[in-house]
Design a protein around this ligand. Sequence first.
Ligand SMILES: Nc1ncnc2c1ncn2[C@@H]1O[C@H](COP(=O)(O)OP(=O)(O)OP(=O)(O)O)[C@@H](O)[C@H]1O
Ligand SMILES: Cc1cn([C@H]2C[C@H](O)[C@@H](COP(=O)(O)O)O2)c(=O)[nH]c1=O
Length: 207
Amino acid sequence: MSQGRFISLEGGEGVGKSTQLRLLAEALRARGHDVVTTREPGGSAGAEAIRALLFEGDGERWSPAAEALLFAAARADHVERVIRPAVAAGQWVVCDRFLDSSRAYQGDARGLGDADVLALHRIGSGGLLPDRTLVLSLPPGEAEARELARDGAADRFRRRGDAYHARVRAFFERIAVEEPERVRLIDATGEEGEVTARLLAALDAIA
Ligand SMILES: Nc1ncnc2c1ncn2[C@@H]1O[C@H](COP(=O)(O)OP(=O)(O)OP(=O)(O)O)[C@@H](O)[C@H]1O
Ligand SMILES: Cc1cn([C@H]2C[C@H](O)[C@@H](COP(=O)(O)O)O2)c(=O)[nH]c1=O
């Protein structure tokens, strides 16, 4: 049995994560890997139910702590029921967002703190980390233009405003510097296929 892997795609809204999830999975399948694609919040029945709770209502419905707990609970179910079994069975799991989104959005931008988010992750998911995290990076105006062309309107997370999203972007850029073995910053400008090629190149030692 080949060795399973766990890869997460991260970054702000509209940078191309869902598009690249599909394209990267196709490229990895073409290399002979058995690939499972999934997403957060969600990815298992219980976690999708929590996703609905998180997306309903206005942006301040949940306190930072309650929101972090909901994301951590969804992740615990997803990790236990989907991610760990797939990796143990030799599959490659490619996930649209994971722990680093909680660190960026709840820990940093909502002020909960990195240590508390990591503590929730240790309790809920045994501290599982991806083998590689690929952070897609676009100039701010470009991500927003792509997002508005796709949706026409902002969802409750997008409505938190520019300063909030600037903190998220800065947090992702920082962890790529601080955790270079796991986290790679990827230029997400240009054609979809060019971005996929950069992602594949950034899988170097684990592919
Ligand atoms: N390389 C690209 N060039 C131009 N447009 C792109 C590119 N990649 C994705 N798009 C388009 O940009 C929009 C946002 O892409 P996508 O939905 O993949 O982003 P996302 O990061 O998953 O967003 P969100 O976090 O909001 O779910 C989509 O309409 C998609 O078709
Ligand atoms: C996993 C995770 C996500 N979020 C936020 C980030 C986005 O604004 C939404 C998810 O939207 P998407 O279109 O499905 O990417 O949720 C968060 O704040 N914390 C998290 O842990």
